[in-house]
Design a protein around this ligand. Sequence first.
Ligand code: PBG
Length: 322
Amino acid sequence: MALKPQIIATRTSPLALAQARMLQSQLAKANGASDPDAAFPILGLTTTGDRITDRALLAAGGKGLFTKELEIALQGKEASFAVHSMKDVPTRLPDGMEIACILEREDPRDVLLTETGAARVMDLPQGAVLGTASIRRQAQALTLRPDLKIVLLRGNVDTRLAKVRSGEIDATFLALAGLKRLGREEASRPAVELHEMLPAPAQGAIGIEIRSDDGAAREALAALDHAESHICVLAERAVLAALDGSCRTPIAAHASLRHGTLSLAGEVLSPDGTHRWAQSVTLPLEGDPRAAAAEIGTRLGEAVRQSGGEALEAALASVDEH
Ligand SMILES: NCc1[nH]cc(CCC(=O)O)c1CC(=O)O
């Protein structure tokens, strides 16, 4: 067991703090620490992404808005671990950093939250107002229902739900994983099926970033990595990387693993939902399963890209222009 406290850096949103607590208790258990707060203290940091509330600025601000401040704490040795929702982590990490561990993934699906109880996009009334800040969810919803009116909706879970309750909007999407980790009763609502709406790459997965040269941090995490979740996250993030996206691009991917065989689906959409390019594949993982999964993801992403031609490039570029 480590003698020196090893600090966990996290964002301070309720969800981020809940995830940091999860990591803290798993670390304490795996490393025989009787006092989790003493052995693995939590350092809460505000990130640029938490301060910016405008989607145009978020899109223009580039990648890593939710991760940079945590990485600075790692680089400055103020923390040993940075805990992230993997769907917010850019595909390229700063030099000297790595994702050393992926915890067992939660359900990756989205949930549609409404006052009427409608749980599927198809069940929303004609012309319903859907609040979301996610261009992926906007594009996917418009693909299914071009009549929907999309409004920008940001803020934490309570703010969003209050707007549904007051009738300001008819519906919003949230990741089921977040609702579950916050212990919200809305987590018991039926999730949107994967074949109706593919999640963001790595949705539902928590990853731990460390300095590559920090052997003590790596050791403390060793027992926490969930092999299957890690493999799936690598495949989905390889799709994202091949399409050069961030979490603010309308790109979706989902992988599952059964008996050494990877099933992977990926898609890109135009923000207005008028175009959608999708591919899926099922292949056995040969050799090193992580490398094989990443390779399959890269090839699938490239195949999607090739199938879309200029219209797809325009869809990818449009997100950064507005
Ligand atoms: N971009 C915000 C974000 N990042 C991770 C989650 C949910 C938890 C997860 O995917 O692990 C959310 C909120 C949401 O999309 O509802």
